[in-house]
Design a protein around this ligand. Sequence first.
Ligand code: FMN
Length: 141
Amino acid sequence: MALIQLIYLSSLSDMRLEGEIGKILESSVRHNQEDGVTGMLLYSNGNFLQVLEGETAVVEKTFVRICKDPRHYDIVELIREPIAKRQFSQWSMGYQHLSESYIRSFPQYAPFFKFQANDEAIRAEPGIALELLKEFSVDNR
Ligand SMILES: Cc1cc2nc3c(=O)[nH]c(=O)nc-3n(C[C@H](O)[C@H](O)[C@H](O)COP(=O)(O)O)c2cc1C
């Protein structure tokens, strides 16, 4: 069974929807558990960065559904590639809410959380997205 990893960025449609994130996670965990999808969702100040991994067709189907969700927009796919082994296998969908001040202490990651202004910088080095997701997937704050 071929596995892929898909990483994308997006923005919350409206800051008043921050309260929806709990519901987003609840349905993510429910679907992903059933579908064998694993990954991590980072949120900071209106921006999402998510990694999804699992069987190719399943991840693609999940991503199509996520893309239709009106609670976020400006979805930028950064990485879609085959993987030999999962890197986020412990989470159906892990989650971290990172404060702006905390992100500021990692200048190399700053463009990801103000991405509308830095789209080019992010597309030039998509591999940093994976590094970032791994860094924050452990609760090391
Ligand atoms: C930023 C973001 C990340 C999401 N991640 C997932 C996910 O990993 N898996 C999933 O099934 N749905 C995810 N969703 C939710 C889907 O868009 C969709 O609302 C949900 O799958 C519908 O399921 P339900 O109607 O059964 O609750 C995400 C939505 C957003 C806005």
